[in-house]
Design a protein around this ligand. Structure first.
Ligand SMILES: Nc1nc2c(ncn2[C@@H]2O[C@H](COP(=O)(O)OP(=O)(O)OP(=O)(O)O)[C@@H](O)[C@H]2O)c(=O)[nH]1
Length: 797
């Protein structure tokens, strides 16, 4: 199960405003295409035409505009044109299948033009279809019917002398409510049945001891009784010795009473009786409501003044039970309510069947907190033969092939099966992005797939004989650097992907290739695998590989990476060469190194701060199903945890306990630093949890700070300024308040006190204030960004 995180991406207003539409447009106007652009445009146009096929006919201009707008991206251009241009051969309209509505409409039309009339035979109360009327003139065809006059239709009805065959007979179908709430099947519900049984029980009780109510029946009720007596009395008569007595109390049931208990035949159930009772046998009831107590008081009415009018009596051929409130009942709530009756019945049923009654998941109580077994996690960890766990972040400039490479790795390692890949291929083909099928293994959201760029970092897992790996595939686009930082904050090492194609490496250097490398370094990543990708585009040229390796080595060593910690691997993610299977000698005779998966396996496991206090950075909060009300995912930065343990979440300071957990995607009892875990927790309201919060052991929580001093490495000019402080996935607005001094990068000694500005590349000690408290402590790494640019990275002192 791969947990996917997709957060709202807040664009800073400034970032959005940066693009002044007018200036942007004017800048490009009238510019000539460079020969390079012209060549790309020519090749692109051919490819787009091929992809569009004969179905879509777009002019060269449309294609070239699309290519220009999408930076010669053929896939994006094709899908844009497919949306914008209608296919040349429109799909044939399907023959319309006649629907039920059409049939009903045509039969209504038929009936309006001479359908057989319905004749009622009084003798046997039956209906019969009258023979079709034959008109002396042909009925006009359907399309001309509206020209037929009324006179034509009534040709045989002179002066209201309607011939026999055209006589109709109207009869009203009695409107009988079928029972049940708002109609329904006619069968009474269990609730109704239980309520009726309860009523009957009460009635039986009352017939043996006549109540006060019986002694003062009001006139309306007695009238109803009298009206109902004709049919109801014979049935009641067999009921009990008090059968001739007026009906008890104010409850008037117009239904026939159930068969007597003493009857030899087993008495039918209430439902059966209801079904069996002929409708006609019901007495006419008065449905006019009694005046309320308030009305009685206001108008001086008494219930005796109320009696049904003949009109009302006529319209009351319905099964109903009229209940009149009696406010004199002092113990109205003394008996069980209908709900109580149902609940008691349910409880009985569940007891008898010994199977728990199906519980409503909404009202399900979360299971009680788990007991802490106080496992000695450090001992357990040392004893366990667990594989190494390592997580790596995949970084690099946009479109250099990160997701495709990871998709290929998972596919070749059989983590993703052929069927899934085929399905992705078909889906990608459908929108003209067939080359992205492998990337879609990682890029799961529709937004990412439609745009062809990764937006948030995605997590996936695989294992080799030695190590269980977690992949954190970061977005390459500069707009999503905060998401890349969030991914990098969980990584042990990084895989930097570089597109070897002509010009791509160079444009990446100016873009995110360098920025990402600097960021991961400043976040504590020391080991780096440089994948020189898309080698198929440069015919596996050794010269190109050497050129890129040389340039990157120089840059990375100057950025603080040790050359022994950098490994270069040539790959082609799309075709899979040198990813899981080593490259063939005939393809790249000059390469004698390992393939990517072997290099991954050879990475040294980072030192884990297992015995330090627990610190886990939350990367996602979600509802983990009905059993797990609240779950969170994150990497344990230090310490360990176990099921049943009490935790505290900072900055909110709220406590919770761990009900169960998964470590590296498997159920576990405990987990240690370096592992990415999912905790299912209890006793906490989700409002207290946010991505980026820190889970700590309840005994040693981290502090919340609103200001701190940090040793920073400047990427841009740093001066007292407003910026955003990023701590993993969490970021808050803040400002640099003081520049305390510039530092010697090697020794850390102060070179200059209180400088006015820290130039790019220099190290400095600065004071920072934040608008909101952030859980921070000595040694935590932060990234400082302003206006969409990474300004500096630092270490809290
Ligand atoms: N020729 C060739 N094309 C490749 C290779 N790897 C990736 N591509 C293509 O490069 C394009 C971008 O690939 P992605 O995997 O989406 O790139 P990315 O770096 O993950 O992009 P973002 O995550 O959006 O930064 C796709 O069209 C891929 O088919 C490769 O080895 N050779």
């Amino acid at each position: 199960m791969a947990h996917r995180r997709v957060k709202n991406i807040d664009y800073d207003d400034d970032e959005v405003d940066d693009y002044d539409q007018e200036e942007y447009g004017q800048e490009g106007e009238g510019e000539e295409l460079s020969p390079e652009d012209q060549e790309q445009m020519r090749q692109g146009t051919i490819k787009v035409r091929e992809a569009l096929g004969s179905d879509y006919q777009a002019s060269d201009k449309v294609i070239q505009d699309a290519l220009w707008n999408y930076y010669y991206d053929v896939g994006k251009s094709v899908s844009y044109i497919k949306n914008a241009v209608k296919p040349a051969t429109p799909k044939k309209a399907k023959a319309k299948v006649e629907t039920r509505f059409d049939k009903a409409a045509s039969s209504a039309e038929d009936s309006a033009y001479g359908s057989p009339a319905c004749i009622y035979h009084e003798s046997d109360s039956s209906y019969q279809l009258a023979p079709r009327i034959s008109f002396p003139f042909p009925i006009p065809p359907a399309n001309q019917r509206d020209t037929a006059t009324t006179r034509d239709f009534f040709y045989d009805v002179p002066w209201l002398h309607v011939p026999h065959q055209r006589l109709g007979h109207l009869s009203l179908v009695p409107q009988i409510p079928k029972g049940g709430l708002l109609g329904g099947s006619g069968k009474s519900s269990k609730l109704a049945a239980l309520a009726a049984a309860r009523r009957k029980k009460e009635e039986d009780k009352k017939t043996t001891s006549p109540s006060v109510e019986n002694q003062s029946p009001d006139r309306a009720i007695s009238l109803l009784d009298r009206l109902g007596k004709k049919d109801a009395l014979p049935i009641r008569g067999s009921d009990s010795p008090s059968k001739t007595a007026p009906p008890e109390g104010r409850k008037i049931s117009l239904r026939p009473k159930p068969a007597p208990v003493e009857a030899k035949e087993p008495s039918p159930s209430i439902e059966e009786q209801e079904e069996a009772s002929p409708v006609e046998s019901y007495p006419i009831a008065n449905i006019k409501a009694d005046p309320s107590t308030f009305a009685e008081a206001m108008l001086g009415l008494s219930r005796g003044d109320f009696s049904p009018s003949p009109q009302q009596s006529r319209n009351t051929n319905r099964r109903s039970s009229i209940k009149v409130h009696d406010f004199s009942i002092s113990n109205a709530f003394s008996g069980p309510s209908p709900d109580d009756v149902v609940l008691t019945a349910q409880a009985k049923v569940s007891k008898n069947s010994e199977s728990p009654a199906p519980s409503n998941p909404v009202s399900r109580q979360p299971s009680p907190p788990r007991k802490n077994r106080n496992i000695n996690v450090l001992e357990e960890y040392e004893r366990s033969d667990q594989k190494n766990a390592a997580s790596f972040v995949v970084i690099g400039h946009v479109d250099h092939g990160k997701s495709t490479l990871m998709g290929r790795l998972l596919y070749d390692l059989k983590v993703v099966d052929q069927r899934s890949i085929d399905k992705l291929r078909r889906e990608a083909d459908n929108i003209g992005k067939s080359s992205f099928a492998l990337a879609w293994v990682m890029d799961e959201t529709s937004e990412e797939r439609a745009r062809g760029v990764t937006v948030d970092f995605a997590t996936n897992y695989f294992e080799t004989n030695k190590t269980r790996f977690t992949i954190l595939d970061a977005p390459g686009h500069q707009d999503f650097i905060p998401n890349m930082i969030a991914g990098a904050s969980q990584a042990d090492f990084a895989v930097l992907v570089i597109d070897a194609s002509t010009n791509s490496f160079e444009s990446g250097l100016r873009g995110q290739t360098k920025e990402h490398a600097l960021l991961v370094r400043s976040m504590g990543v020391q080991q780096l695998i440089i994948v020189i990708n898309k080698m198929d585009n440069v015919c596996w040229s050794q010269q190109r590989f050497d050129e890129i390796s040389q340039q990157m080595s120089n840059f990375l060593t100057s950025a603080g990476f040790q050359s022994k910690n950098i490994t270069f691997v040539p790959c082609a993610g799309l075709t899979g060469e040198n990813v899981v299977t080593p490259i063939k000698q005939e393809t790249a005779p000059w390469y004698h190194g390992s393939c990517l998966v072997e290099v991954l396996d050879s990475m040294n496991a980072s030192q884990r701060a297992i015995s330090s206090p627990l610190r886990l950075t939350i990367s996602d909060v979600f509802r983990g199903g009905t059993n797990n009300a609240l779950s969170l995912t994150g990497r344990i930065d230090s310490g360990s945890l176990q099921a049943g343990e009490q935790i505290i979440v900072m900055p909110s300071g709220e406590r919770a306990s761990i009900r169960s957990l998964e470590a590296d995607n498997n159920p576990a009892e405990w987990a240690v630093a370096g592992q990415i875990v999912t905790l299912h927790i209890t006793d906490m309201d989700p409002v207290h949890l946010r991505t980026g919060d820190i889970v700590c052991s309840a005994s040693s929580p981290i502090q919340n700070l609103t200001s701190f001093t940090a040793k920073i490495l400047a990427f841009e000019h740093v001066m007292p300024m407003f910026l955003d402080v990023h701590r993993g996935p969490l970021h808050v607005p803040g400002k640099v308040t003081k520049l305390l001094g510039t530092l010697d990068k090697a020794t850390g000694e102060v070179v200059k006190k209180k400088p006015r500005v820290v130039p790019p590349g220099a190290a400095a000690r600065v004071e920072i204030e934040m608008e909101a408290p952030v859980p921070l402590e000595k040694g935590v790494r932060v990234v400082l960004r302003a206006e969409g640019q990474t300004v500096a990275a630092g270490l809290v002192e």
